[in-house]
Design a protein around this ligand. Structure first.
Ligand SMILES: [Ca+2]
Ligand SMILES: [Ca+2]
Ligand SMILES: [Ca+2]
Length: 108
């Protein structure tokens, strides 16, 4: 996740921040509709600074405005502090170990 974040910064952007349900659905639909995206996908969501306090990296947009967790997520406590779109769960949000290697979406 840190490398994904850095890659976005170096391109002048940031990891995707989903301000609205519409934005979330727009991205999830693209991922669902394309066989090429058979991967979990990092977003800017994380609770690295404070366990349980989810924020969007690089944005002051309130994370609580969006409630798109998978059914049992977030379930990783202090072990899972980075938010991804989980393919196995129809691209709902999942907290995952930040050192997992996944693809990512930058926004500009
Ligand atoms: Ca956005
Ligand atoms: Ca956590
Ligand atoms: Ca999880």
């Amino acid at each position: 996740w840190q490398e994904a974040k850095q890659a976005c910064l170096e391109k002048g952007g940031r990891l995707v921040v989903m301000e609205t349900d519409e934005e979330f659905d727009f991205i999830a639909e693209i991922l669902r509709g394309n066989e090429a995206y058979r991967r979990d996908v990092w977003t800017g969501a994380n609770d690295i600074a404070e366990e349980g306090n989810w924020i969007w990296d690089g944005s002051d947009h309130q994370f609580e405005d969006l409630n798109r967790w998978g059914l049992v997520e977030p379930n990783g406590g202090t072990v899972e502090n980075c938010g991804q779109l989980q393919r196995a769960n129809n691209f709902a949000l999942n907290d995952r170990r930040c050192n997992s290697v996944d693809v990512y979406i930058c926004e500009y």
